[in-house]
Each structure stands twice: as C-alpha cells, then as structure tokens.
Write a protein that binds this ligand. Structure first.
Ligand SMILES: CCCCCCCC(=O)SCCNC(=O)CCNC(=O)[C@H](O)C(C)(C)COP(=O)(O)OP(=O)(O)OC[C@H]1O[C@@H](n2cnc3c(N)ncnc32)[C@H](O)[C@@H]1OP(=O)(O)O
Length: 231
C-alpha cells in the first residue's frame, strides 16, 4: 500500500501537520526529516537489489550514498541560501519542497543516488511511478529531463560546489516503460574556470537498452553576482 513520506514520519496518535512538512520536536526545536533515499514499501525488487549492491560498495568508502530530503538543509544549500537568495523570498521557504520528492511514495520519482569522488561520478537508480506518464505506458520526456538534470546537477555540485544548469542537451533514443527501473550514469567530463561539463546516459537495469543521453553545462555560481538582477 502506498504511504506518503509525511505519513511514515508521523508517530501514531500524533497531530497531523501540513503534508510533507518537517516535524518539529517542541523541546529542542530540532527538525526531523525523512531521508527519502532509503527503501520504502513501494520499491521494486530491482531497485532494492541495486540499492543493496551499492550499499556494499559503500563499505570501503569508494561510493557514498547521498541522503535526500523534501526540504533542503544540507551545508551546500545553506550556502546557497546565504549567498544567493533574496531575503524577501525566504518568507515562503517553509512551503517549498524539492520537486522530485513531492509525490506520494511510489507514484512519482523513487530514487537513490550514489557518488564516487575519485571518479567524479553519480549513479542514480530510478523507479518511475505511474504519475509520470507521457505517451501511454511510457514516461514523460520532462520527467526524464528532470532526473537527468538532477543527477548531472548533483554530480556538478559534488565535484565543483554550488552550480546551476546553463544548458542541458538531451537525445531521447528509446522510451522508458512506466513503473520500470533505470540507471542514470553521470560523469564530470571537464572543468573550465566556472564551467562544469557533465554527461549522462539512462539505461535499463540489464544495460541492454540505451534510453537517453545528455550533455550538460553547469556554471559555478559567483558569490558577487545576484541571481535576480541579470537580464
Ligand atoms: C539536488 C539538487 C540538484 C538539482 C540540480 C538542478 C539544477 C537546476 O535545475 S538549476 C535550474 C535551471 N537553471 C537556471 O535557472 C539557471 C539560469 N541561468 C542563470 O542564472 C545564469 O545564466 C547562470 C547562473 C547559469 C550563469 O550566470 P553567470 O554566473 O552570470 O555566468 P555568465 O558570466 O553569464 O557566464 C559564465 C560563462 O559561462 C558561459 N555560459 C553561460 N551560460 C551558457 C550557456 N547557456 N551555454 C554556453 N555557455 C554559457 C558564458 O559564456 C561565460 O563564458 P566565458 O567565461 O568563457 O565568457
């Protein structure tokens, strides 16, 4: 049965808050968020298998599982907020949620990413839920683009610091069946000053089908430049 992240977080009998909102303990005001990059009951056998395989690879430190939350609170994004966000926008921040984590469990994007620092590579194991449909029975191109952007973006930010997508060029080669599991493999290819060049491909779990390929340009943000004023 599908349950939302918020439902899984709630202690039985506890009052219901806004769905997806982080839970606050009133004694310490400490924010508790669910790590969405851990298995939940909606994960298929394929996704669990890949997860288990890579958790083993994490044991020697070569790969690292990247936790993922509905709302940002990692050091990287604190840096983003401090340096780049207009204080007038921060008012609505508590309502903001990461797009890819805004679906009920199993309906949208179910994924976990692993990072290899030596290889400057991010692997994303993705299960595409039924609410991501484009052409009947297949995943919407925008949903695929979203996850390619997120995976290459994570790769760029891990390797080079806070960066944003300037260009994402995708070739869609074979459609992705809805509710299947795919592997997004992204790699930092080149760094030129503030420019980070990252490529990625999306393949089926058995690696027989190449679904999509992309190259992306990320620009490392300049702390002296506002993100709002530029035209
Ligand atoms: C979990 C988290 C992971 C999620 C990852 C998701 C990432 C995203 O989706 S970000 C959202 C989509 N992206 C955006 O909204 C960004 C909008 N664009 C911008 O804000 C700006 O253009 C930005 C920040 C990328 C670059 O601006 P700025 O810092 O002023 O750089 P700027 O001086 O214009 O350009 C720097 C260099 O990059 C080059 N460049 C910039 N844009 C491009 C482009 N589109 N194509 C080619 N080159 C470019 C410039 O020519 C310049 O080159 P050079 O130094 O050789 O002269």
């Amino acid at each position: 049965m599908l349950r939302s992240c918020a439902a899984l977080l709630r202690t039985p009998g506890a009052p219901r808050g806004r769905p997806g909102a982080p839970r606050r303990s009133f004694s310490s005001e400490k924010v508790v968020q669910k790590d969405c990059a851990l298995p939940n009951p909606s994960w298929s056998k394929d996704l669990r298998l890949l997860f288990d395989q890579f958790m083993k690879k994490c044991e020697d430190g070569s790969w690292k599982r990247l936790p993922s939350y509905k709302q940002f609170f990692s050091k990287t994004f604190q840096g983003f907020q401090t340096l780049y966000l207009d204080p007038s926008l921060v008012k609505g921040e508590e309502h903001a949620q990461l797009f890819t984590r805004s679906f009920e469990d199993g309906l949208g994007f179910e994924y976990v990413m692993f990072y290899n620092d030596a290889e400057k590579r991010v692997l994303c194991f993705l299960q595409v839920g039924p609410h991501l449909q484009g052409a009947p029975g297949f995943v919407h191109g925008g949903a695929i683009a979203t996850m390619m952007d997120s995976t290459t973006g994570t790769c760029a930010c891990r390797a080079g610091g806070i960066a944003m997508t300037a260009n994402l060029n995708i070739n869609f080669k074979r459609p992705i069946p809805l509710c299947s599991v795919v592997v997004i493999d992204s790699q930092l290819d080149k760094v030129e000053g503030r420019k980070l060049f990252v490529s990625c491909n999306v393949r089926s779990v058995d690696e027989k089908t190449l679904h999509s390929e992309a190259s992306a340009l990320f620009i490392k943000l300049d702390p002296d430049k506002s993100l709002r004023k530029k035209r």
